[in-house]
Design a protein around this ligand. Structure first.
Ligand SMILES: Nc1ncnc2c1ncn2[C@@H]1O[C@H](COP(=O)(O)OP(=O)(O)O)[C@@H](O)[C@H]1O
Ligand SMILES: Cc1cn([C@H]2C[C@H](O)[C@@H](COP(=O)(O)OP(=O)(O)O)O2)c(=O)[nH]c1=O
Length: 206
């Protein structure tokens, strides 16, 4: 099984991904990973022009193109794979600054989804942790640095892209990120348990 955790910066992805690793790790072999795998992609001053977003989109898709082979291998070895961010991050972060090239969110996403067909390993479940931008930024304010992606206006657009994508993708499960960490984790674990077929033991610790 392949689980992705998505949401705006500060939504609680890393907390949930680690919680899932711990809880699912009681009964399954778990491989926790993240994107970008190549964090030098993030060493940029500005990401707001369409040209910046376009080159970033290709860099992130390339990073994922390589990453999917590792994920596929781990799934084949019987692991439950959890990725902190995956393909929705590219659509939802690079989409807003590129929208001017396509005229609408729908047209932008159509193009991105089409380019992203090179990514053949798609999550069984994508948890989208949905929180309002104020809450997310408040949580991030205790962090030392902020990435160039974390401006309020952009995060509002990113959130609306995420909610739109959730309506388009069958693997997407929207979780209310305002609930406490424990409750959020419980809901996610329940959802995973429901999706794992009852008799299946192919992910069990041997
Ligand atoms: N459900 C939650 N309720 C309250 N605070 C949370 C919750 N989940 C995470 N946090 C806190 O918010 C901050 C950002 O969480 P983190 O998991 O790093 O977010 P992300 O990976 O989405 O940027 C951390 O200080 C974390 O302890
Ligand atoms: C994977 C991916 C990440 N990003 C951005 C979103 C985040 O701001 C940043 C990831 O930074 P990271 O330091 O991993 O942060 P966080 O814990 O906040 O998720 O990269 C994209 O814009 N597109 C992508 O495809």
């Amino acid at each position: 099984m392949f689980i992705a955790v998505e949401g705006i910066d500060g939504s609680g992805k890393t907390t949930l991904a680690k919680g899932l690793e711990r809880e699912l790790g009681r009964t399954h072999r778990v491989f926790l990973t993240k994107e970008p795998t190549n964090s030098s992609i993030l060493d940029r001053e500005s990401v707001n022009t369409p040209a910046d977003a376009l080159s970033l989109f290709f860099l992130f898709v390339h990073d994922r193109f390589m990453h999917q082979d590792i994920i596929e291998r781990k799934i084949g070895e019987g692991y439950v794979v959890i990725s902190d961010r995956y393909d929705l991050s590219s659509f939802c972060y690079q989409g807003p600054p590129m929208e001017v090239l396509f005229g609408s969110m729908e047209a932008t996403l159509d193009w991105m989804v089409s380019v992203s067909r090179v990514i053949r390993v798609i999550p069984d479940i994508t948890f989208l942790i949905d929180v309002d931008v104020d809450t997310a930024l408040e949580r991030l304010s205790i962090r030392r640095t902020r990435s160039a992606f974390e401006s309020r206006a952009l995060l509002e657009r990113v959130r609306s892209y995420y909610l739109h994508m959730a309506g388009m993708r069958r693997d997407c499960v929207v979780l209310d990120g305002k609930v406490g960490k424990g409750e959020l984790l419980r809901k996610a674990v329940d959802e995973v348990s429901r999706r794992m077929s009852p008799g299946s033991d192919d992910h069990l610790v041997g």
